[in-house]
Design a protein around this ligand. Structure first.
Ligand SMILES: Cc1ncc(COP(=O)(O)O)c(C=O)c1O
Length: 434
């Protein structure tokens, strides 16, 4: 077994839900990943031993302060932030994005513009559309090329001008797996004078992120998509965090990192997030004397490499099944996508496929997964969207082979759609008789 193959093997042993003999095959990872044992262990230890609110004069509160600080430091390491104060926690990415967009709105004037993209999850579109509606701003759209579901760079550039104040785009698509060149998009947006907000929710479990190298102003992701508990995190470059005015209750600290954290946070989710990040750091190929950031970069690079093999294997296998696959499929371009695939079949609705495969033990999502603009652009929204297969580093080639065999048998074995209406049957009988 190669070092890369053993990565999945080592990883799987740490996930109780995955090694359960009667468990499903998890192909629903873009909707949320499974957790290693260390995550619930850390959450339980916090709740049973340290459970308190922050900044008190007693021991459990002091320990809670330490848990909170450590979680901010862990996420700073995960994202390559310059300091823990640039990280904020919240219930999820969507809530943080609404909060930040409202605060940014205090600096915007009627007639100014925000650039959004068709490739994004609605959590990085709707907050900006609603802000624009409230303040009289204009929205520009960067379009997707429907042939390969990549972002059309010309349309992105055409959407930027001297009035653009914010460019909001995704690191990677949650539906079709396209990975954007976020460094390039950030540079173009900055040249136009816009601030850059990146949704890294889908990219986070798949490769190393370096906010300083990208040069973005804001970046957000969600620990429950990278093997942690349900929570959201937001990176805000420190000068923005110091300048912007957040909506806060009066006695609460407005200083980073508390700027975007309203009310009492889920401290147990913070403990679990630190554990998830430490888990990722622990699967780095062994090298002595690495700090956590260096281990994370090594681990996420190894994960990326392993997943490239999964991507190619699944892509080549899907080419042998009569389905339409959306996004990049050419073997020499696969590094431009994640192992997240959307597909449709002529003879089944996405829901019928998900149900049939669900009965055979595969967890899969169907629908639009809130990638509403993309589904509309691809003409899929009115027909139930697409079936989504999303792999992470604990998935294996063997799972892909089993899945492909079952997908083929569901699709070829029996046609379940379109379900003929009584009128259609009667008319067919009539025609047959005639
Ligand atoms: C790309 C992307 N952005 C944003 C979100 C929303 O994240 P959250 O559930 O943390 O609000 C999701 C959730 O699926 C997503 O896939």
């Amino acid at each position: 077994m190669t070092a890369i193959q053993s990565l999945a093997d080592t990883a799987r042993r740490q996930f109780p839900s995955i090694i359960r003999a009667d468990g499903p095959v998890y192909l629903d990872n873009p909707g949320g990943t499974q957790v290693p044992q260390s995550v619930p262990d850390a959450m339980m230890a916090y709740l049973l031993q340290d459970n308190a609110n922050v900044h008190g004069a007693f021991a459990t509160s002091a320990r809670t302060d330490a848990v909170v600080h450590e979680a901010h430091a862990a996420v700073a390491d995960f994202l390559g932030a310059a300091q823990p104060e640039e990280i904020a926690f919240g219930p999820n990415m969507t809530t943080l994005t609404f909060a930040l967009s409202r605060a940014l709105g205090r600096e915007l004037r009627e007639g100014e513009e925000i650039l959004v993209t068709q490739l994004d999850h609605d959590a990085n579109i709707a907050p900006w559309l609603l802000l624009a509606r409230d303040l009289g701003l204009n929205i520009r759209w960067a379009e997707v090329d429907p042939a390969d579901c990549t972002l059309d760079l010309d349309s992105f550039q055409a959407g930027l001008n001297e009035r653009t104040r914010i460019a909001a785009f995704t690191y990677a698509s949650n539906a079709v797996g396209t990975v954007n060149d976020v460094g390039l998009l950030t540079r173009l947006a900055h040249e136009a004078g816009a601030l850059v907000f990146i949704d890294a929710v889908q990219y986070a479990p798949h490769g190393p992120i370096d906010v300083q190298q990208i040069g973005c102003d804001f970046l957000t992701c969600s620990p429950y998509k990278f093997f942690g508990p349900h929570a959201g995190v937001l990176y805000t470059r420190i000068d923005h965090s110091e300048r912007l005015r957040a909506y806060k209750v009066r006695p609460a600290s407005d200083a980073p990192p508390y700027k975007w954290e309203t009310g009492t946070q889920s401290h147990e989710a913070m403990a679990g997030t630190t554990a998830a990040i430490d888990y990722l750091a622990s699967i780095a190929p062994t090298a002595p004397n690495l700090n956590r950031r260096e281990s994370l970069v090594a681990a996420m690079t190894a994960i990326k490499e392993y997943e490239q093999g999964l991507t190619q294997h699944l892509c080549e296998g899907l080419a042998q099944v009569p389905v339409r696959v959306y996004g990049i499929t050419e073997v020499d371009r696969l590094s431009g996508r994640l192992p997240t695939f959307a597909l449709t079949s002529d003879h089944h609705t996405p829901r019928q496929l998900a149900e049939a495969l669900g009965r055979r033990g595969y967890n899969l999502w169907d629908g639009n997964y809130y990638a509403l603009a993309l589904m509309e652009r691809l003409g899929l929204e009115e027909n139930g969207g697409a079936l989504r297969i999303g792999l992470v580093h604990y998935n294996t080639h063997e799972e892909i082979d089993r899945f492909l065999a079952d997908l083929r048998s569901v699709i070829i074995g029996r046609t379940t759609h379109p379900v003929p209406s009584v009128e259609a049957v009667e008319s067919a009988e009539h025609t047959a008789q005639g």
